[in-house]
Design a protein around this ligand. Structure first.
Ligand SMILES: Nc1nc2c(ncn2[C@@H]2O[C@H](COP(=O)(O)OP(=O)(O)OP(=O)(O)O)[C@@H](O)[C@H]2O)c(=O)[nH]1
Ligand SMILES: [Mg+2]
Length: 537
């Protein structure tokens, strides 16, 4: 099974697509059942960074063959060369057919599917059956009125708004009624007081079309679910099941699907209780297989990361609360059409790398990551932590926040908490960004002395952000500016152009034999330059 990805760099789409289609015909001839997909994208970065980011992407998206076209390298040779490169990567990244089958078998296990469907009302939403569902939902946001468990950095209304945004992300959901319900604690057998429960029950009966209740707390206990389902006479969901379902729905790559499969196990385990021994054994076995497979993938990711490190391209990870604008910021900076912001929560579930340039001309990879959210169980977050490893290994982290969100401060704290639980090296610079300032800001909470105020939509503030990213990248990677006066058209200039970030290159107007060049170089690059050219002079 092959997937093809074709990119055309700065080169025209038309010529690229003609060449690509010819190649596809050849492949279709030899591999008639091969799956082929054709994705075009243009970029303004060099083939080196472009190809590195696409090789990472190919791995994350299970693409087997990358096809690059550029002015210099167009043609079959490129294809073969790239095939070899991918093959070489495959040699160190064992992804045998059998292993693929094994992963597919875990993901499509009918016995487990039945159990999931029985336990999780929303499980069908992630299915590939293409059936359309229509589910009328009553959304209830419990709000603890006082005591140590009361929330201080948000309001009941904002919590309700987030609960609505969460469930509305799922297809086929109609919100019939929503409200905040004050409670003393969320630990009671039926969560709400008896009078309140009676009122909610008659409300659910009087409003037409309600077929399930979403109680927006982290996770209901089994006895609470049973008691509430009995009272309402319909299925009851919590935040865990809703977020799980969103993840299931948005997972595209095999890794993301396996992570969701792992994340749903504790949820189902808690729901089946302790009596069903056979099912519990089946889940233990499944968990073991999932963990082994994910560990193997995680090893492969480390190798990909190693490849990126070897090619010495600095990385900048963009992290933040879900919907803050991570993907949009990367799109605004790199122009990469693969990074497209979407107005729903957890749009991005896969880590992807996108090539871009800093103002000094240095090429960097921007890493898009999975968003964070409050009040979801650690089990769910834990299964996605591996995905955040790329952030852990980045040279610089950009923490982006939604400046227009009234919960700006709380969302920032949740991201900081999650970041602090990752093994991020202490000296990794973290740049804070307040995005969406075109929508107005919640200025009292934003410390604009240490925060970049930007809009990924209008481009406002991006220049200053990029120059800060540049300062930090140069500092942590030990790069410095170097000024040269070299013979015009010389090998030295060509080498510097290819191997480093060239900031400036201009023929001296008084002496056209000489070109002034400014390059950004690491000490290793300076040493390589000296080895290559110093002895000649
Ligand atoms: N007005 C405005 N909207 C923005 C801006 N940046 C992003 N958005 C919108 O906010 C929504 C979310 O953007 P994304 O880039 O998908 O956010 P994300 O952080 O990647 O979200 P997840 O991947 O779901 O965690 C989209 O509808 C964007 O168009 C901005 O600067 N201004
Ligand atoms: Mg995103």
């Amino acid at each position: 099974m092959f997937s093809f990805y074709q990119s055309c760099g700065k080169f025209g789409l038309h010529r690229a697509s003609v060449g690509f289609r010819i190649q596809l015909k050849v492949f279709e001839h030899y591999f008639p059942k091969a799956y082929t997909s054709c994705i075009f994208s243009k970029t303004a970065v060099s083939p080196r960074v472009y190809q590195t980011s696409h090789i990472s992407m190919a791995y994350f998206q299970n693409i087997d063959i990358l096809y690059f076209v550029s002015r210099k390298t167009f043609g079959t040779t490129t294809l073969l060369a790239k095939k070899k490169k991918v093959k070489k990567d495959k040699a160190v990244l064992p992804q045998a057919e059998a292993e693929n089958d094994f992963e597919t078998a875990i993901l499509n296990d009918p016995e487990f599917d039945n159990l999931r469907n029985e336990m999780d009302i929303l499980s069908f939403l992630g299915s590939q059956s293409g059936r359309r569902y229509d589910m009328g939902v009553l959304v209830l946001q419990p709000w603890i009125k006082w005591g140590p468990n009361m929330k201080h950095n948000t309001t009941a209304q904002r919590m309700l708004d987030e609960a609505v945004a969460l469930i509305a992300t799922l297809p086929g959901i109609r919100i019939i009624h929503k409200e905040v319900v004050p409670v003393r604690s969320i630990d009671g057998k039926v969560v709400f007081g008896s009078g309140t429960l009676e009122r909610l029950l008659s409300l659910s009966r009087s409003l037409q079309g309600i077929s399930s209740v979403f109680i927006s707390i982290e996770m209901l206990k089994l006895m609470q679910v049973e008691a509430l389902e009995e009272v309402f006479g319909m299925r009851v969901m919590d935040r865990y099941s809703v977020v799980l379902s969103i993840f299931r729905h948005h997972a595209r790559t095999k890794e993301a699907k396996l992570q969701v499969a792992l994340a749903e196990l504790p949820y189902i385990k808690k729901r089946i209780g302790i009596q069903r021994e056979k099912e519990r054994m089946m889940m233990m076995e499944r968990e073991k297989r999932l963990r082994n497979t994910l560990n193997a993938i995680s090893g492969n990711r480390a190798l990909i990361r190693q490849n990126r490190t070897n090619s010495d391209i600095p990385t900048v990870a963009v992290v933040g609360y879900t919907n803050a604008g991570k993907t949009s910021l990367i799109h605004a900076i790199t122009g990469d059409s693969r990074a497209e912001g979407k107005n729903y929560l957890f749009a991005t579930l896969d880590v992807t790398a996108h090539g871009g340039r800093l103002p000094c001309g240095l090429e960097v990879l921007f890493i898009d990551t999975v968003g964070f959210i409050q009040d979801i169980p650690t089990d769910l977050i834990a299964s996605f932590k591996a995905t955040l490893e790329d952030a852990v290994f980045a040279n610089v982290v950009v923490h982006i926040q939604d400046a227009s969100n009234p919960d700006y401060k709380l969302q920032g704290m949740i991201v900081e908490d999650t970041l602090s639980s990752l093994p991020l090296p202490k000296d990794t610079p973290i740049i804070t960004v307040a995005n969406k300032i075109d929508l107005g800001t919640n200025s009292s909470d934003i410390d604009d002395n240490r925060t970049h105020m930007v809009s990924s939509t209008t481009g406002q503030g991006l220049d200053s952000l990029l120059s800060d990213i540049e300062d930090k990248v140069l500092k942590v990677t030990g790069r410095k500016y170097w000024r040269f006066a070299l013979s015009t058209g010389s090998d030295e200039i060509r080498w510097l152009r290819n191997a480093t970030g060239l900031v400036y290159e201009e023929v001296n107007p008084d002496n056209p034999q000489i070109t002034e060049v400014v390059a950004v170089m690491t000490s290793q690059e300076v040493a390589a330059y000296n080895r290559r050219f110093k002895c000649r002079n």
